[in-house]
Write a protein that binds this ligand. Sequence first.
Ligand SMILES: C[S@@+](CC[C@H](N)C(=O)[O-])C[C@H]1O[C@@H](n2cnc3c(N)ncnc32)[C@H](O)[C@@H]1O
Length: 200
Amino acid sequence: MNPDALPFSQSCENNKDFILEVLCQAFADRRAVLEIASGTGQHACHFAANMPWLQWQPTELPGNLPVLQPRCAAYTGNNLLPPLALDVRADPWPVAVPDALFSANSLHIMSFPAVEQCFAALARQAGADTLLAIYGPFNYGGQYTSPSNARFDQWLAQQHPQSAIRDFDAVNTLAGRAGFSLQADHEMPANNRLLLWRKV
Ligand SMILES: C[S@@+](CC[C@H](N)C(=O)[O-])C[C@H]1O[C@@H](n2cnc3c(N)ncnc32)[C@H](O)[C@@H]1O
C-alpha cells in the first residue's frame, strides 16, 4: 500500500517521540511487549524500529484489525509480530503476556467495566516483574488537569456514553488489586500522563 494511504493518526505522530523517550529507559531490560489497542500501528512500528531489542506484538479488537494490519505489513524490520485480535474483555486472553505491556489512549475509550476486565486478566495472566505502561489523559482527585481535557471529556461523552477520562486513583486501585505497584507517573505534553506499574 502507498505509505501515504496508510491509516494515520496525527496524535500518534505528535506523541510518539515523547513516549519513546520514556519507554527506552523503562523497557531497557525487557524482551517483549504486548501492545493493547494498537490503532493504526504507528506506535507499534515506531517503537519496534527504535527499540530493536524488543519483540513488539500489536493487537486490536477483531473488527479493527483491518486498520492495524497495513502499516504493520509495511514494516521492514524483524521484531514486529503480525497483529493479533485482542479484546481486553476476553477471559482468558488468547495471547501470552510477556514481560512488558503498553497501551495508549485506550482506557478512556473502552468502558470502565472493560478497564476492570483488563486488569482482572492481567492479575491472572501477567507474571511477576511484568511492566505495564499506560499513556493517556487522567483525572486526579476527581478533577480535570486542564480545560482542554474537560472539553475532550464532554466530546467523548457525546460520541460514546461509555467513554470517559479515567480517574488515576480508580485505575491505580485496579492495578494494585491486580498485583501491580506504581513505579512512575510521567507528566507528558498535551495534558497526558505515562503511568508505569510493575507486578510484584
Ligand atoms: C483512541 S484509539 C487509540 C489507538 C492507539 N493506541 C493510539 O494511541 O492512537 C482507542 C482504541 O481502543 C480500542 N479498544 C476499545 N475497546 C477495546 C477493548 N475492549 N479491547 C481492546 N481494544 C479496545 C479501539 O479499537 C481503538 O483502536
